[in-house]
Design a protein around this ligand. Structure first.
Ligand code: HEC
Ligand code: HEC
Length: 353
């Protein structure tokens, strides 16, 4: 595989699910034992949540290309919608809408999850129907309600842009652009969209002053109430499918039925991929139908329907406070300058069928 990323040689060993493309540092790359001792940064033992490590891309040229593609609206029929339209990297990698707006102002059926830390997901989409980021990236381009293009047309647009032809050649060694190259590059870029260094991670790494007393009490409540049964690991989610409505049924406003759409099994009805709670302060509204406008509301619903628990307003506020410590360093980079279209680039059809 061309897409390989290694983890920064942080002086910690981070638990990373085996499906993650982010690798633990190889033995020989790890910091010498002395350094580990001096930094004294062993994560707190026994916590159900582990810190996120920074991503160090193995192929920076591919990441740069993927970044351009992520921001390029010419991958859509309208020439107006890019991945960033619905996964706005200035807004936590989401669109902050109940459901997304696609081609010709189409109302999408489901809330757009964040792309931040999505490399840690066991699979992609609320129902896990794409096995990884590469497989996922082809979906929206050809989805009639999203970018409404075809893979062939998207590739022919890119092929007509000399700046892209040159860059694809540098990265993939071929004059012929393929959809496989496109999705490889987008996935390589997405793998860099991790958010380390949140205040909570600093606390996990031993800094007692990184979070306040209320925030810590919020975390204790989060654990003692049972939230960590589903929201655990480095992303506080993304690593299992769970029933939405364990104790009480959830009355969704979207027709989505979750995992059963993939497995065809009735037992999987209303099982959804547990969303990450990293950067959750930025990724409102919440749930697959976007029905919970605020964190306070989402926490109350979770307590009630997943655990049969009613939080007092004080308890709820503490859990909200804890969740806001999960906002990490957001991806920061120069906005990519996209290569201009050529005279032979097909015209976009913003108002076409
Ligand atoms: C019109 C809005 C829209 C556009 C454009 C769009 N997405 Fe999405 N994206 C969504 C929605 C909505 C979902 C959830 C769909 C579902 O789960 O059924 C999603 C899901 C995802 C996920 C899965 C995240 C997770 O946690 O499961 C990734 C990754 C992603 N999109 C990346 C991209 C990339 C890359 C592009 C550009 C090629 C793109 N998206 C374009 C709306 C959009
Ligand atoms: C049984 C597993 C389970 C438990 C326990 C659980 N959750 Fe969830 N959580 C989920 C699932 C599944 C979703 C997504 C459901 C959906 O959108 O349909 C979710 C969604 C959320 C969301 C919305 C995230 C987003 O981006 O949309 C928040 C916030 C949340 N949970 C917090 C909590 C808190 C706080 C607790 C403890 C009171 C908790 N959860 C307990 C499985 C669980």
């Amino acid at each position: 595989m061309l897409r390989k990323t290694v983890v920064a040689a942080l002086a910690v060993l981070v638990t990373i699910s085996s499906c993650s493309p982010i690798r633990k540092p190889a033995e020989k790359e790890a910091a010498p034992a002395e350094t580990l001792k001096i930094e004294a940064k062993a994560p707190r033992a026994g916590e159900p949540v582990t810190p996120i490590a920074a991503a160090v891309p193995a192929n920076p040229a591919m990441v740069e290309l993927g970044k351009k593609l992520f921001f390029d609206p010419r991958l859509s029929k309208s020439g107006f919608i890019s991945c960033n339209s619905c996964h706005n990297l200035s807004m936590g990698g989401s669109d902050n809408l109940k459901s997304s707006i696609g081609h010709k102002w189409n109302k999408g059926p489901i809330n757009s999850p964040t792309v931040l830390n999505s490399s840690m997901n066991l699979a992609q989409f609320w129902d896990g129907r794409a096995k990884d980021l590469k497989e996922q990236a082809g979906g929206p381009i050809a989805n009639p309600g999203e970018m409404a293009f075809t893979h062939e047309l998207a590739v022919s647009v890119l092929q007509s842009i000399p700046g892209y032809v040159e860059e694809f050649k540098t990265v993939f060694g071929s004059d012929q652009i393929t959809i496989d190259h496109v999705t490889d590059a987008i996935a390589a870029f997405e793998e860099t969209l991790v958010t380390p260094d949140s205040r909570f991670d600093k606390w996990l790494l031993g800094d007692d002053n990184a979070i306040t007393k209320d925030e810590l009490e919020g975390y204790e409540l989060f654990k003692s109430s049972g939230c960590t049964a589903c929201h655990n690991g480095p992303a506080l989610g993304g690593n299992s499918y769970q029933k939405m409505g364990v104790i009480e049924p959830y009355k969704a406003t979207s027709p989505a039925e979750g995992r059963s759409a993939v497995t065809g099994k009735d037992a999987d009805r209303f099982n959804f991929k547990v969303p990450t709670l990293r950067n959750v302060e930025l990724t409102y509204p919440y749930f697959h139908d976007g029905e919970a406008a605020t964190l306070a509301e989402a926490i109350d619903v979770m307590g009630q329907i997943q655990l049969g628990k009613k939080f007092t307003p004080e308890e709820n506020a503490k859990i909200v406070a804890f969740m806001k410590t999960l906002t990490g360093s957001q991806p920061s980079f120069m906005l990519p300058v996209l290569p201009p279209s050529s005279d032979s680039t097909p015209s976009p059809e913003p108002f076409g069928k």
